[in-house]
Design a protein around this ligand. Structure first.
Ligand SMILES: NC(=O)c1ccc[n+]([C@@H]2O[C@H](COP(=O)([O-])OP(=O)(O)OC[C@H]3O[C@@H](n4cnc5c(N)ncnc54)[C@H](O)[C@@H]3O)[C@@H](O)[C@H]2O)c1
Length: 432
């Protein structure tokens, strides 16, 4: 039977707990939405492509949500989205946008101002900022939706894991943007895999073979830091490299199929064969990684960002009694072998479902907790990058405890010379 949502009276009865929680760092629970109030103030940090989409989905998910604050490192990005949302062509009803100029923030600390103003904060800035921003929001007792990936280095992953623990303790939501986990055909397919349709998984083979992505050019008025941040995809400290930024969806599906069991180790190769110009920073253009689990199962991830080649984003799972082949974009998922099966259900908009479920969970007083899953899938990607960059086999423990720290301390982000981004050379680049 469905448990009824807590009433305002129930909330008042338990407000002693909220008062106790407010003794936690940065006033946990003070700003979080409480049952009994209909309005949920939303803030968006990172006003680019995905952020704009996530915002609309959050507004669609729940009639009580109101856009209350916007933040972006760049004022022009923040202003452009604000004008779109408040202009005559706005895709959103004017009553849902309450965005006076004083609640539009820019700069490296914009997430602090946005977080302080709202109940739920959506993070869709480049991946490097996720640990700092999540950490701040969770300590402030706010509900969080964070786009993937969780971080670009192990230091960041450890911060996100700590934040996931605190969010759970505080009963505030921590939802992630690994959107395929909200894709109905995939959910049904994973249920088949986990239910034994192909027996025990012995190996996975997942691909993210894509073409090149955008480049936003240069401008003599930009500092090096501004240039790097406008073109964040191409700098490992900022994006994590394309294995961690884009193909991480495939890594995540491999982890999901393995029921999120942590792999023992990974051996990966990669390089920079076509995308060699200086404007492409230091990232690689292809990777191939082989993971191994304690029961001997293996997982292969292949990814590429090179034009003029086969494009493929598909997944194959080989089990002890059959094989499951999946193309999430079709969607076309089918099992071959002793117990054949073909997915024939109803497709959904996974991005919308993510937000529907997040807001329903907040309203029900049982906020989603996906922080650990997010950190683990991201670390699985980071460990493969570490292996490809260094030429070493990297174990889970090595990766988790790595001293690699690619980013400035929170308060040291500044416009100016930019970050050092060397091109990694396997055999020469050392694991740290
Ligand atoms: N789940 C998905 O399918 C999916 C799809 C696309 C992107 N993403 C993820 O969403 C995130 C954003 O990607 P995008 O394609 O929207 O990129 P984008 O470059 O279009 O947008 C990023 C925005 O963040 C801003 N920004 C930079 N530094 C910031 C800071 N310190 N604080 C606040 N804002 C800052 C940028 O100015 C820009 O407006 C990435 O993590 C990406 O991996 C996920």
């Amino acid at each position: 039977m469905k448990k009824p949502s807590p009433s305002r009276r129930d909330f008042l009865k338990t407000s002693g707990a909220a008062a106790a929680a407010s003794a936690l760092p940065l006033g946990v629970a003070q700003g979080a939405w409480s049952a009994g109030s209909d309005q949920l103030k939303i803030g968006l940090v990172g006003c680019g492509g995905r952020g704009s989409g996530a915002l609309i989905q959050a507004l669609n998910a729940d009639p009580g949500t109101v856009l209350w604050a916007l933040g972006d490192a760049f004022e022009d990005q923040c202003d452009t989205l604000a004008s779109r949302l408040t202009g005559e062509e706005s895709p959103v009803d004017a009553s849902r946008i309450q965005l006076p100029a004083e609640r539009r923030f820019s700069g490296f600390d914009c997430h602090e101002r946005v977080t302080e103003a709202v109940d739920v904060v959506l993070f869709a800035s480049p991946p490097c900022f996720r640990p700092m921003q999540i950490d701040y929001a969770v300590r402030a007792g706010k509900h969080v939706f964070a786009e993937k990936p969780a971080a670009t280095d192990a230091y960041g992953i450890r911060r996100v894991l700590a934040a996931a623990q605190l969010a759970k303790q505080n009963n505030t939501a921590f939802a992630h943007g690994f959107c395929w986990r909200a894709h109905q055909p995939w959910r049904e397919t994973m249920a088949q895999i986990h239910g034994g349709r192909i027996g025990k998984i012995r190996s996975s083979y997942v691909t993210y073979l894509a073409g090149p992505l955008w480049h936003r050019g240069s401008n003599p008025e930009w500092s090096r830091m501004e240039y790097q941040l406008r073109n964040w995809l191409y700098f490992t400290p900022l994006s994590g490299d394309h294995l961690v930024e884009q193909a991480i969806h495939s890594v995540d599906k491999m982890m999901w199929a393995m029921q999120d069991e942590l792999p023992l180790h990974v051996t990966a190769t990669g390089g920079r064969q076509v995308r060699t110009e200086e404007k492409f920073g230091n990232i690689y253009d292809h990777f191939s990684a082989i993971y191994e689990w304690a029961d001997g199962a293996t997982g292969v991830v292949q990814c590429r960002q090179i034009g003029g080649c086969l494009g493929e984003n598909k997944d194959t799972f080989v089990g002890s009694t059959g094989v499951l082949k999946a193309d999430g974009w079709g969607p076309d998922m089918r099992a071959l072998g002793d117990f054949p099966w073909k997915w024939e259900g109803k497709n959904n908009d996974m991005y919308q479902t993510e937000h529907d479920e997040l807001f329903a969970s907040i309203r029900a007083g049982k906020p989603i907790q996906q922080g650990v899953q997010m950190a683990n899938s991201t670390l699985a990607g980071i460990m493969a990058r570490m292996s490809a960059y260094t030429g070493e086999r990297v174990t889970w423990d090595m990766a988790l405890n790595s001293e690699e720290r690619l980013l400035p301390a929170d308060k040291d982000w500044a416009w100016g010379p930019g970050l050092d981004c060397e091109i990694a050379m396997p055999g020469k680049t050392k694991f740290v």
